[in-house]
Write a new protein. Structure first.
Length: 262
C-alpha cells in the first residue's frame, strides 16, 4: 500500500487533482494575486504545496518531507517567486514555469550548500526537459550526489551527538565504549544478542529508561549468562540496547556490518 501511494505521489502522469483549475483559471488567479490579494496568495500556495513537494521529490529522486527537508522550503519560496514573475505572454502554463523556477533554485541551493564550483562544461550532454529548458544531467547528478554525501556525514555526526547525550543519562561516555568493548568476537556477538533481547522487550526497556539502571534480575530470566557477566558489561549492553531501540539507523547499520564481518 505504501509503495502504491509513493508511486502515485511521484508519478509523472497524474494530475494535481481531479478539480485542478484549467490554465485560463490559473492565469486569472495569478493575476489577482499579483494585484495584491495576499489572502488569495496564501491560500493558493497552501493548496499547491502537494504539487511543490511532488516536483521537489522528483528532482531530488527521493521522498521529500515538507516538515523536515530544507529542499521543500527552497522549492516553496521558488513557487512564490514564480507567482511574482509569471506572465501569460510567456506562452506557457504557470505550473510548467513554476517547475522550472523550482528546479533552478534547487540547483542553486545544492551548489551553495556544497560550494559546488566545478566548471566542466559538459555542453555535449545538455538535454531539454519537458518545458524545453536545457538541463545538464551530469552536472545536476554530481551536485545532488555531493550534497547527499555531505548531508549523510552531517546526519551521522548529529546521530552520534544525540547518542552521546542519551548515554550521559546513564553516566556513560561514548569514548568509554571502546574500552568496554569485548576483545573477542564471540563475546561481542553474545553482548549484541543480550542488547537486542533487552531492546525488543518493552517492559525491560521501560525499566531501563525510567530507572536508568540495567534490569539485571529480569534480564537473567531471558539470557543464559551469569549475573557477573551482565554487571561487568553493563555499559556496553546498555549502549547496544539504546542503539537498537533509538533513532540511530547509521549506528545500527554499523553494528550490522560488524556483526556480518565477525
Amino acid at each position: 500500500m505504501l509503495l502504491v501511494l509513493f508511486k502515485k505521489f511521484l508519478g509523472k502522469n497524474e494530475s494535481h487533482g481531479k478539480n485542478e483549475p484549467q490554465a485560463s483559471s490559473l492565469e486569472v488567479t495569478i493575476h489577482q494575486i499579483q494585484k495584491g490579494d495576499l489572502r488569495l496568495r496564501n491560500q493558493f500556495i497552501a493548496d499547491y504545496q502537494p504539487y511543490v513537494a511532488k516536483v521537489t521529490s522528483r528532482f531530488c529522486k527521493r521522498f521529500i518531507d515538507p516538515a523536515r527537508d530544507d529542499e521543500f522550503s527552497i522549492a516553496l519560496a521558488a513557487f512564490n517567486e514564480a507567482i511574482n514573475q509569471y506572465s501569460s505572454v510567456m506562452g506557457r502554463s504557470f505550473l510548467g514555469f513554476a517547475e522550472t523556477v523550482i528546479r533552478r533554485r534547487l540547483i542553486d541551493f545544492i551548489r551553495k550548500e556544497q560550494r559546488f564550483k566545478g566548471q566542466i562544461p559538459y555542453s555535449s550532454f545538455d538535454q531539454e526537459d519537458d518545458e524545453d529548458n536545457l538541463m545538464n544531467p551530469i552536472e545536476v547528478h554530481q551536485a545532488i550526489e555531493a550534497y547527499e554525501k555531505q548531508k549523510g556525514l552531517e546526519e551521522r555526526r548529529s546521530e552520534i551527538i544525540d547518542f552521546n547525550r542519551c548515554l550521559s543519562d546513564f553516566d556513560i561516555n561514548f569514548s568509554e565504549l571502546t574500552d568496554a568493548s569485548p576483545k573477542h568476537d564471540d563475546s561481542r556477538q553474545m553482548l549484541f544478542g543480550i542488547g537486542r533481547t533487552l531492546a525488543l522487550d518493552s517492559e525491560l526497556m521501560r525499566t531501563l529508561l525510567t530507572k536508568r539502571q540495567l534490569p539485571i534480575k529480569e534480564l537473567l530470566e531471558q539470557v543464559q549468562v551469569s549475573r557477573k557477566t551482565l554487571e561487568r558489561n553493563r555499559k556496553y549492553i546498555i549502549a547496544i540496547a539504546l542503539i537498537f531501540n533509538g533513532p540511530y539507523p547509521y549506528l545500527r547499520d554499523y553494528l550490522h556490518i560488524r556483526d556480518e564481518e565477525s
